[in-house]
Design a binder for this molecule. Sequence first.
Ligand code: 5AD
Ligand code: SF4
Length: 460
Amino acid sequence: MKEAPISGDVQHVVKRVFIKTYGCQMNAYDSARVIKLLEPLGFLPAVEPDHADVIIYNTCYIRDKAAEKVYSELGKIRQMKIARERAGGTMIVAVGGCVAQAEGAEILHRAPFVDLVYGPQSYHRLPELIGRALRKGGAGIIETNFPIESKFDYLPETSATDGPTAFLTVQEGCDKFCSFCVVPYTRGAEYSRPVAQVLSEARHAFEAGVREITLLGQNVNAYHAEGPDGKDWGLGRLIRELAELAGLDRIRYTTSHPADVDDELIAAHRDVPQLMPFLHLPVQSGADRILRAMNRRHTADVYRRIADRLRAAQPDFALSSDFIVGFPGEREEDFLATLNLVEEIGFAQAFSFKYSQRPGTPAASAEGQVPESVKSHRLDILQRLLKRQQRDFNEACVGKTLSVLLEKRGRHDGQLVGRSPYLQSVHVAATDQAGEIVPVLILGASANSLSGSLAKGCRV
Ligand code: 5AD
Ligand code: SF4
């Protein structure tokens, strides 16, 4: 790791940092990095904003609602900052992440008390930027360039959580340009981290007691970088290498694009026992007309074939997905095609959204925008179906023995909570095995979680 530029001011004035994270796991990973990055400068994390000297919002721009949340949150913080300054103190308010990247100066316009706006590719410079904000006092700083240097060269190599699970960003940005999506504009072009850097960060995580790693990327299965053998490594090859690291029990990756699911990745599901038999693979729609308009670069049949191949490669494979309803031009028959696809595939869980017009994306100005009431109606129907499938999937687990990575104490005494291979929350009658993977006989299922007791044999 190269040394991040440090400002002397920071060390003496600021002591507590509060960071609120919105959106995806990549943001969660970034926030954890920011905490680690500021630690050597004397910052400790604050649980509440009113105890903090620096307040950071790590924001999400994917849908309108996510972006607006930030402004309402900023409205609340304004009073706190005024009160602090009246009492002679200092409070630095920083807005990072994808809203910062997309809106830049607009944030300072709508919330002039914000001190610092920085994009997702600049956060390794936070120590210096916070120092500048302290000196500047008043005029906001905007840092939303896509720097030539990779921020990863400047970030501390630590696992992104303190528990037995960790995120590891291996890829960032996206070149797919789905016509509804802001990510290619906010996160920039596709970039894969060097293999050696990924392996080194993974090793650090295992040394810190991590048992499960989730490889992250906006388009994670587009990962490709030169391996130690001089050849181009894809995600499947990288997963094989990670599986060789002693102590790693579980590997996941998210989020994937159907067009980048290659033979090597499917073979990894067949051959690598640590690779969980569960994949979040967004399809967005079941209608080819709409998939084309979305610029998705795959058809519904391509998705069906991938699902079949994954199920053939690994027993008990389960899928999760994302759906958008009410995309411009979506007719009733297109929506029915989506429902048909859902019925055919059968999802263990899924996320579904009403189409949200995002500034600067092609679909925002497309003809045939669907009325809000139609979107709501379709979303309601789709979510009922997906919920039913999730409940059916959970209920089908009852009587099975699943491996569970116990993560923390449950709400009740004598109970630990962990995750199944399918990312279901599992409540287990156990007390002292936190951090371990144990076989659990599933005894109960609800819409959102499972419960069970420690078992002798383990099936998955
Ligand atoms: N409107 C609604 N949903 C969107 N998503 C991305 N952009 C939009 C948008 N403009 C959804 C997609 C994606 C998930 C992360 O968010 O389903 O897979
Ligand atoms: Fe957005 Fe994913 Fe499409 Fe990239 S592949 S543009 S991140 S939806």
